[in-house]
Ligand binder design. Structure first.
Ligand code: ADP
Ligand code: MG
Length: 325
């Protein structure tokens, strides 16, 4: 994230609040391009359908200069050179990771923009900063990634108050204009694809659906998480089979969470017994039970109506109108 060689980092640190008579600093300090850490083939465990869809996107991306410039297809399809992808599906299924991996596979720098960056830096300057993000991505030849894009592009925000609404609309038109001018690769990720409005939906070249892993997918995820350095008390295959069978409905992220919980359990037990730590089936089982009960608590605590209120709160924070200081 903080690549000291990047041009963005040479700019002075941004201020959270700015006197009215000063112009904003250009650029989005947190949205610096960086080298991707993942690649699609090596790191992602996806269903066949999702893999195939991504492979199709890759083919188009790899050959778009040939198709649109060398073959001059751009003369009849000027908008087709840019590629806007939309990754949608349940949380924790690898959308963010896949965006970074796509950049890795394409050997492009990766530039991510999420609510965290928007919330702390945009301060009502959202539209200008979106322009700056596209400019920076263009300069760096980076893949531009918008996480939680439904918040930026959703239709539900029309329920917020008039002033905020205008600003949200201004920000959205900027985004649509920039997308039209952009000749690079932009990826949007969302857990709620249905929130996108039509103007935006029509500009997306590929919709890629991410699913919760099936049994075979979970086995591969557990296999990936049980890295070779971890000492095991139970046969590796047995651990993988049992854990995969016990985690029906879990996302890749939840499987990672299980491992994050299970490993300290193994160490804690070994400390108590003064013996060498080894990960056993019981540690994984206990971790799975914890994640499953947290899972149940969360789904009980969030009735469907909570999501509109959350959208409004997020958009108000995003636009800096929800601050008490
Ligand atoms: N399909 C997957 N393949 C490999 N790892 C995954 C996958 N899905 C989730 N993970 C693990 O969970 C983490 C969080 O996933 P993330 O990409 O943030 O999900 P999303 O963006 O869909 O909410 C990843 O960094 C990875 O460790
Ligand atoms: Mg994500």
């Amino acid at each position: 994230m903080n690549d000291p060689t990047s041009a963005e980092n040479k700019r002075p640190a941004p201020e959270r609040t700015r006197p009215a008579d000063r112009q904003p600093e250009p650029g989005i300090p947190q949205a610096t391009a960086r080298s991707p850490r993942f690649s699609l083939d090596r790191d992602l465990i996806l269903s066949q359908g999702t893999s195939l869809r991504l492979a199709e996107c890759l083919t188009k991306l790899r050959h778009r200069k040939t198709i649109y410039i060398d073959w001059d297809f751009g003369s009849v399809d000027p908008m087709g050179l840019s590629t806007i992808l939309n990754f949608y599906g349940p949380p924790g299924t690898g959308k963010t990771m896949a965006a970074e991996a796509l950049a890795g596979t394409l050997e492009m720098p990766f530039m991510a923009l999420g609510i965290a960056e928007l919330e702390s830096k945009f301060m009502g300057e959202t539209a200008k900063n979106i322009q700056a993000a596209f400019e920076a991505a263009r300069e760096a030849g980076a893949l531009l990634f918008f996480d939680e894009a439904d918040t930026l592009l959703g239709k539900r925000l029309s329920a917020v108050t008039q002033g905020v609404d205008n600003e949200v609309n201004a920000m959205r038109s900027t985004l649509l204009i920039e997308l039209e001018r952009f000749d690079g690769v932009a990826v949007f990720a969302t857990n709620f694809a249905k929130n996108y409005d039509e103007a935006f939906r029509s500009r997306i070249s590929y919709h890629v659906k991410f699913d919760l892993p099936d049994l075979a997918g979970r086995e591969r995820l557990w296999d990936r998480m049980l890295v070779s350095g971890i000492p095991l008390a139970t046969a590796r295959n047995t651990l993988i089979e049992q854990a995969a069978a016990a985690t029906d409905g879990f996302s890749g992220r939840e499987i990672r969470t299980c491992m994050r919980l299970a490993l300290p359990k193994a160490l804690h037990e070994a400390e108590g017994l003064s013996c060498t730590a080894q990960l056993a089936a019981k540690h994984i089982e206990a971790a799975i039970a914890e994640v499953r009960s947290a899972h149940a608590d969360i789904s009980n605590a969030q009735p469907a109506s909570a999501s509109l209120a959350t959208d409004i709160t997020t958009s108000r924070r995003l636009l800096g109108v929800d601050r008490t200081h």
